[in-house]
Design a protein around this ligand. Structure first.
Ligand code: ADP
Length: 594
């Protein structure tokens, strides 16, 4: 009896020991898992320092699972593509697998559907077992025969998938196929590790975004600095000329010929400055959506011929050995088109003057032909000049982009010409592009809709344009302006059309006049004014005169004044220096309808 009790006690003891061993083993494995995860967490603190991120993740998965095949793919959200970045566990079988697949497994890309993407999103960071094996895992990209053949070749046991995801962003997938009798013992450990990977992917992604943003900010800062330096140079050069020559003109000893020569030089320096200012204003208008397209009937052949004649004499004047030629393939009667002549001329002038500026010698040919089954005119300006490097070609239509930004650069310019061409063509339903090679020169192309008209219609164009004579007799316009010259300019334009003009030098005076007995029919309000600014004045006027027509006129196009003026119910917005046609049209719209 004693013996039996002893045996029983011993058995109980053995049971206790066994369970203690089990607990110890579990405890050790748990400890090992913790060490594993804390080590990987440390490595992931700076993921960009890992030499190959995908290889690191794949190797760690193999280390955890043992005998298995691991495939890691990255996901590209822009193209919805998964591309295989890592495969391990099938050494020695690669050729056979490639034979069955008909292609190499690494670097394969697969475009995934919206449904698959949504399905993946749902499986984020959770280990999922494909019950139907490789066929299910391949999601329709492998036939059942090929899937089975591969499973047999590799002796696959169970197949799992998991998706790297963080904050709604997908970064890639891991596919794991255990081999032989191997099974996944600790799915939670794998999930915890994959969760770490997703955080690291996200971090890498954010770091890349930050790097790009920093680069962009640096580039735009460099561009701004280069632009300011360039502008300062572009303004100072003609300014120096004007100031220097004006002081020479004071010399009474000068001969009449010299006098005339200096005056001509001053005029040409003034024109250089005006061109620069026009360029800046054009770009500002394009940005502020203030460009008006004034379509008119004109003959494109006449314009091309006129430009050809002008530049032929210019080439003689500047003594450049360049052969200039022009092409006008349409017959005279078919060359009448309905488009914005001023802007077409400006685009051609920009392109031809660039060709002349950058080419030392050789040929320049420009013109147009019919394109897209006669629906478009395709213009070209071709030169045999120095050509444009491919990296510059990609950005050349951006603002302030110049081939040479250095202080020692050879050519003058603001880097605005091509950006203006593109801005105008976008509004005119056209396109602009270039072909260039540093060994044979450049060709700039642009298209315009071919809206054919006839010669007889061209007579009507004057009446359609804004500079026709207006009669605003009986109308009173209040000009609110603190700059006397600007006021005088507007006054003389309005008086030519017989309008009566009132004047206020600041916002307070403007409010007083508008609320007084001599109420104007229209207010032209400047914004930057002493005592009370224009926007505040409009606010005050609107309290009692909500319907009084007000047009804002300002030199400041870079901030949101236009938006604020619209919010205050202003009827128009004019940018200074005033474009006469636009000004007359805007004022006419109001005065001719009261
Ligand atoms: P800008 O001529 O005032 O510099 P653009 O916008 O007209 O500005 O031109 C931008 C840049 O494109 C120029 O600085 C020059 O490097 C390059 N470029 C334009 N046209 C030509 C051309 N025909 N041949 C060579 N380079 C050109």
């Amino acid at each position: 009896m004693d013996q039996a009790k002893k045996i029983q006690e011993l058995e109980l003891e053995i049971q206790k020991l066994k369970s203690k061993i089990r607990i110890d083993r579990k405890e050790r494995s748990f400890q090992e898992q913790l060490v594993f995860l804390s080590n990987t967490a440390l490595d992931f603190l700076s993921p960009s320092e890992l030499p190959d991120f995908f290889e690191y993740v794949g190797n760690k998965l193999l280390e955890m699972i043992g005998n298995s095949v691991v495939i890691i793919s990255s996901f590209e959200p822009g193209t919805n593509e998964l591309s295989v970045q890592y495969i391990d566990g099938i050494e020695g079988l690669m050729d056979k697998i490639a034979g069955i697949l008909g292609r190499k497994p690494l670097q394969q890309t697969l475009t995934i559907s919206k449904e698959t993407r949504e399905k993946m999103q749902g499986l984020a960071n959770k280990l999922y077992r494909f019950e139907d094996g490789l066929f299910e895992a391949a999601d329709g990209t492998l036939s059942r025969t090929i899937s089975t053949a591969l499973e047999r070749l590799v002796k696959m046991n169970e197949i799992y998938g998991i998706v790297f995801e963080r904050n709604g962003q997908l970064f890639g997938t891991a596919t794991i196929a255990t081999i032989g009798k191997t099974r996944i013992e600790d799915p939670q450990l794998i999930e915890a590790f994959i969760f770490q990977c997703s955080i690291a992917f996200h971090r890498q992604h954010l770091e890349a975004e930050l790097r790009d943003a920093k680069k962009e900010a640096e580039t735009s800062n460099e561009l701004k600095t280069a632009f300011l330096a360039n502008m300062s140079h572009e303004i100072r050069t003609p300014m120096n000329g004007i100031l220097g020559l004006t002081s020479l003109l004071a010399d009474i000893e000068l001969s009449p010929e010299k006098h005339k020569e200096y005056l001509n030089l001053i005029t040409s320096s003034g024109n250089v400055l005006l061109n620069l200012l026009d360029g800046i204003m054009d770009i500002s208008r394009i940005e502020a959506n203030q460009v008006i397209i004034n379509k008119d009937n004109f003959n494109i052949n006449h314009l091309i011929k006129e430009l050809n004649d002008y530049y032929l004499s210019e080439l003689v004047l500047i003594g450049k050995n360049i052969k200039l030629s022009a092409e006008t393939p349409l017959e005279e009667k078919d060359a009448w088109i309905f488009s914005d002549q001023v802007k077409v001329r400006q685009i051609l002038v920009n392109l031809i003057s660039n060709a002349i500026k950058f080419a030392r010698k050789g040929d320049i040919n420009f013109g147009y032909k019919l394109h897209k089954k006669n629906k478009e005119l395709l213009f070209h300006v071709n030169d045999t000049g120095p050509g444009i490097k491919p990296e510059l070609q990609e950005i050349i239509f951006g603002q302030f982009i110049q081939g040479d930004n250095s202080s020692t650069r050879q050519y003058r310019g603001s880097g605005l010409g091509l950006a203006i061409c593109k801005g105008f063509l976008d509004l005119m339903g056209g396109k602009i592009w270039l072909e260039s090679d540093v060994s044979y020169g450049s060709t700039f192309y642009f298209t315009l809709p071919y809206e054919k008209t006839s010669d007889s219609l061209s007579r009507t164009s004057d009446s359609a344009s804004g500079i026709r004579k207006r009669n605003w007799e009986g109308s009173t316009v209040l000009i609110v302006e603190d700059d006397y010259i600007n006021y005088k300019l507007l006054e003389s334009i309005l008086k030519r059309s017989n309008a009566r003009v009132l004047f206020a030098v600041n916002g307070k005076e403007a409010v007083r006049i508008c609320l007084g007995s001599d109420e104007p029919d229209l207010v032209l309000m400047d914004i930057q004014l002493p005592e009370m600014n224009g926007l505040e004045a409009i606010r005050q006027i609107r309290k009692t005169k909500p319907d009084l027509p007000i047009i804002v006129q300002t030199a400041n196009v870079l901030n949101d004044e236009k938006k604020r003026a619209e919010e205050l119910g202003c009827q128009g917005f004019i940018i200074k220096p005033v474009n006469l046609t636009y000004f007359m049209d805007e004022v006419g719209k109001i005065l001719e309808n009261v």
